[in-house]
Ligand binder design. Sequence first.
Ligand code: HEC
Length: 123
Amino acid sequence: MRNKKSGTVAVAALMLAAMACAGITTHGQSARTSKSEPAGDAAKGAQVFQDRCEICHFSTSTKKKIGPGLAGLMKRERFDNGMKADDEHLRIVIERGGKDMPGFRGVINDAQVRDLIAYVRTL
Ligand code: HEC
């Protein structure tokens, strides 16, 4: 009987937690709409680039290393994969990677992705 009771309590706690999460999620989403996101820091992004991207990408030319050089990337209309060259798609490329590029979701955090985007915009 003790088990049954603690089970009920656990279920109630789970439901409460789920409700709380749902609240937080809707809240989080509205806070994440692009304009209200804190801007990235390009100087920090340069460091992340050195640590994570430089090995495959030149930052000062469009010459191919392992992947294409990223100079002037965000001034182009589109990436090579056809995506529009904007912050949102750059984030997608960074997080998911590509054919021969590893994805960085879970490897670098959201703030680092924002910093990286701010930096790549300066190339
Ligand atoms: C292991 C090598 C490797 C690493 C590390 C890497 N990339 Fe790539 N990247 C590639 C390759 C290869 C491509 C070409 C498309 C493909 O095969 O996915 C590419 C494509 C891209 C593109 C599209 C470029 C274009 O001209 O269309 C962007 C943007 C990009 N990478 C950004 C980054 C960033 C930012 C990082 C660091 C977080 C990074 N990459 C790390 C290999 C890499």
